[in-house]
Design a protein around this ligand. Sequence first.
Ligand SMILES: [Zn+2]
Length: 266
Amino acid sequence: MTIYDPTKIPGDVYDTHTHLNDDALYHDVAAYVGRAHEFRVMEMNVVGYDAQANLRAIQIAHDFADEGVRAIVGFQPEDTGGFDAAAQEPLRQQLSDPAVIGVGETGLDWHFKGFDRQTQLAAFEKHLQLATEFDLPVTIHMRDSFDDIYRILQEQGIKKFEMHSFAGDWHQAEKLVNLGGYISFSGMVTFKNAKEIHEAAKVVPLDRLLVETDAPYLAPVPHRGKTNEPAWTKFVVDGLAAILGIDRDELAQITMRNGHRLWPKK
Ligand SMILES: [Zn+2]
């Protein structure tokens, strides 16, 4: 299979949110990183979501530092039950690690009713406090929770953040950009029927766009429904470039530059 036009060098891609620490991918991290490089996905953030995933993210970032891999650590909304005082001290130590470039994923998920709202709110606010204290950007998971997230970001004066795997509407995207945030698009942007996400992508200034896989979830077209992997950020860039009507290599470069601006090397 030809991945790219062999007559020209493709732009390098930055997968800003992936889970090589997930059981679905963790068994063969070296192969997934190698395949990503074949697809010119040269940098990636491995994002933690619970205590074990955070440890794995840091270990992977250490093992593959020379391959462009870095870690982000936090407790996702569904796992905030484990984010008690005892879990916060190791997290503080992890945030001081040179391989850790951000806080997350954190956020609010009002979609699934099973998770306690107060626990999620308290954990989200704690993550934002840590981000401020360590002067690190925040990776935010938002599901049916725009109003609360927007209010809390404003209250806490958070400006450096990635709204990951954005699935809101263009009004929300515009408001988040005006706060200073970056909007990251996943494989969902390649789905034909995701009209609201396409409209949102069009209002985000080019210098605030990011791309990601959220692997092993949300595989892009033409691999929709399969186990996703960082290499397939290529298809997210292709799809987003088509929606925006710009050159895919230019978009790869723009999103790479944006990623470096949001997460400068420590
Ligand atoms: Zn994720």
